[in-house]
Write a protein that binds this ligand. Structure first.
Ligand code: DQQ
Length: 534
């Protein structure tokens, strides 16, 4: 019941109970969306890992199916870990996944549908050739760091390619394999890409993008396309990506000049978000990103509540006009859950404003705000020593006054503001450009101090137009998760919070401005969100 389970979500994907981590093998087949995920059938902590399975026609409502892949043969007897689906010629799905063998080595396996005419793909048959890729005494592969095969892509030579995450010492790498028939795989001499000092690359993802907001099949390449290589950095638990080119002749990926690899590079999300994976939605011509959002509560409380982990709302991804970063936006299907719209019209948020937004169920909401900062000459000077936005947000939380900001939202706020999560902006004047900081401040999110309340932050690459800085903020609020999109998808920050008072109908939503300058709220649209059928 909601009273005893105030942190279960209303429209984010989660199983009824137990542990969930990485999204696996997302795809669309015969008009049905498939999501598999790492799951522990026996408890709320990581272990006994199998592939659980659900399907959907709209990416919002989900129907559960039996476990799709579980330990059954030597090549996966100690666990069925992450992997991806590929649609082979004729649209036939195939899954490559990591198995843990009796020696606890990581190897790659193939599974195929038992019945291709079943759109729900309920039953999966493992290849008799498993494992298809494995560490050997001569191939130099680290047997405890060899996992998470990607969706494969087809080269113009008719051979499939797939990468598998790995490391050699501290060098993170994407080991490349090729195959003509998807069963016999040959390791390439060189990895697709590697980078020293970045540690183990979990869950790599490799796909084409363009500035046109549409998606492309994973096998597409050409002069008008760029490629994204995403890796999940095991050392820092962040999903980090670069933009670059895929040279099909040399079979290597080359990040663009200026793209940073490793901990200081671009992230899909500057909060909690990991082991993500995209797929190409051939029906709606878009690329969709799934990502796992872990708990920020203690293991003891996860065991007590009986579950752990949610999936973020699927996002479409495409390339920003600058060509230097991605843009992300929640899939439009989620908007069908919107109800009871509340609108705030144009007004100036005077210094010190805290304005309650009445009439919505603030614990389960979708809020889009349009702010404009006008007196840019009043912006505080930016200290070039502030290189880490997360540290800057921790030092300058929502209660620290500024001039242009902090302004934004207080979500999941309790009556007397004993509890709230603050999502906000600050604008600074840098050397030759304005610097916009976006923060998600969890420090006051719960009176329960056993939770991790780390503050998150990122710089948003937006410039003023005719002296005005427009800043869009969309927040998806769902009981214990707050997913925020700043600058129309330039920065995403996802947080997990566990208020003790600001729950269910006691949760409130406010707009605030804690700067010395007025900020225009051009408009705000806020909706209560209906429950999804999950
Ligand atoms: N989770 C899986 C691994 C992967 C890790 C195991 C990332 O395959 O590397 O559950 O969260």
């Amino acid at each position: 019941s909601p009273a005893s389970q105030p942190y279960r979500t209303g429209y984010h994907f989660q199983p009824p109970k137990n542990w969930m981590n990485d999204p696996n093998g997302p795809m669309i087949y015969k008009g049905i969306y498939h999501l598999f995920y790492q799951y522990n059938p026996k408890g709320a902590v990581w272990g006994n890992i199998v592939w659980a399975h659900s399907t959907s026609t709209n990416l919002v409502d989900w129907f559960p199916h039996p476990i799709a892949i579980q330990p059954s043969q030597p090549s996966d007897i100690n666990g069925c870990w992450s992997g991806s689906a590929t649609l082979l010629r004729g649209g036939r799905p195939a899954i490559l996944y990591t198995g843990i063998n009796p020696e606890n080595q990581q190897v790659q396996n193939l599974a195929e549908p038992k019945n291709y005419s079943d759109p729900f793909l309920i039953e999966w048959v493992k290849s008799s050739g498993n494992p298809l890729m494995a560490p050997t005494p001569t191939n130099m592969i680290n047997s405890s760091s060899f996992r998470d095969p990607t969706t494969a892509w087809l080269g113009s030579d008719g051979r499939w390619r797939v990468i598998v995450g790995s490391k050699r010492n501290a060098r993170g790498m994407a080991i490349l394999y090729r195959s003509k028939n998807f069963v016999n795989w040959v390791k390439a001499k060189h990895p697709l890409h590697s980078k020293n000092g970045t540690g183990m690359w979990e869950c790599p993802d490799f796909y084409p993008v363009s500035k046109v907001p549409v998606g492309f099949d994973t096998s597409e390449n050409g002069p008008t396309l760029k490629h994204v290589l995403k890796v999940s950095l095991d050392d820092t638990k962040h999903d980090q990506y670069t933009i670059g080119n895929y040279n099909e002749v040399r079979d290597v990926y080359v990040p663009d000049e200026g793209q940073i690899e490793g901990a200081g590079g671009l992230r899909y999300d500057y909060g909690k978000y990991y082991a993500s994976k995209t797929f190409f939605d051939s029906e709606k011509k878009r690329r969709i990103l799934w990502g796992w959002v872990n708990e920020s509560s203690s293991t003891e409380s996860d065991i007590k509540k009986g579950w752990s982990g949610v999936q973020a709302i699927p996002r479409t991804v495409w390339l920003d006009a600058s060509g230097k970063q991605l843009l992300q936006w929640p899939i439009p299907e989620i908007e069908y859950l919107r109800t009871n719209k509340v609108e705030l019209s144009r007004q100036v948020l005077k210094p010190g404003t805290t304005l309650e937004v009445n009439g919505i169920s603030a614990a389960q909401a979708d809020v889009e705000s349009f702010f404009v900062a006008k007196n840019l000459d009043k912006a505080e000077a930016f200290d070039p020593k502030w290189t880490d936005p997360q540290i800057l947000c921790s030092r300058k939380g929502a209660s620290v006054k500024g001039s242009l900001g902090p302004f934004g939202l207080l979500v999941l706020a309790s009556k007397g503001l004993e509890e709230y999560t603050a999502v906000f902006f600050r604008v600074f004047k840098g050397q030759n450009k304005y610097v916009v900081l976006m923060c998600s401040d969890q420090s006051r999110s719960s009176l329960d101090n056993t939770n991790d309340k780390t503050t998150y932050g990122a710089f948003v690459d937006v410039d003023p137009v005719q002296g005005f800085l427009s800043l869009n903020l969309r927040s998806l609020i769902d009981h214990s998760i707050v997913e925020s999109f700043g600058g129309r998808g330039k920065v995403c920050i996802t947080a997990r919070v566990y208020p003790t008072q600001a729950i269910e109908s006691s949760a409130r939503l406010l707009v605030f401005n804690n700067g010395t300058e007025g900020i225009e709220l051009t408009k705000m649209d806020a909706w209560s969100m209906k429950r999804a059928q999950i």
